[in-house]
Design a binder for this molecule. Sequence first.
Ligand SMILES: [Zn+2]
Length: 236
Amino acid sequence: MISSDWGEKMIQIDDAGSGSLIGGTGIGILNTDNNRYYFRVVPLKYYQTDLFQKKAYQDYVVKIVQDAFREMNIDKTHQIEVCQGYMFDKLRVWLEQNNYQWKSTKIEGPLQIMVEESFNQYVIDLGLPPAFIKHARFAFGFHRLLKWVFADFDNRKKLCKTQWKSWQKWSNTKKNIYLNTLTQPDYCLKCGKKIKPPSEVITIEYVTNKPTTLNLHKNCYKGKLNSTEKIPISCQ
Ligand SMILES: [Zn+2]
């Protein structure tokens, strides 16, 4: 059955943030007939425990959609479009077994934007500075988010998809942490505010996919220093 047969009015289901190191994964459901919208997040524990290896996040997606259908009065007379991603593998099975009228497709238009905005707001609520994600392409790039995590590691590691292989590969990266004098304007990745030069800062340097430097207000850093000055760190 092709899209035009279904007309304009349908239920669409999409996700956002499955590739974001920070936060769980957002699931959005839209009834294009009345513009009712439902958004919920697959919790972080599905990415931080052995639930991850069991892909239990896919079961949780089914639960979210069941709750949404109940709340939005969606039944078997509705046409349902589901995003093609792996997040919905078990949802597709459930829809089929329960005789819903559904198909997999690429979700475009309002829902895609709504789910992305909902997910952005969710990670902002977790503490990510709005400017960090709103004015950047590839805002949710792994190493970009890892840099923000490294600025306050003990607190922010709790917000990460720690069962990812990439987390296990990079999260223990050695860092040089030292007192420094800032000569260029920068943003403190701890408090999100400007740092005006010249000022004393704590500089954190490390090498992951590339050498990276971040600066914090001296008073924003509570941990230890592990070197007294800039020392070169070699690429592995
Ligand atoms: Zn600061």
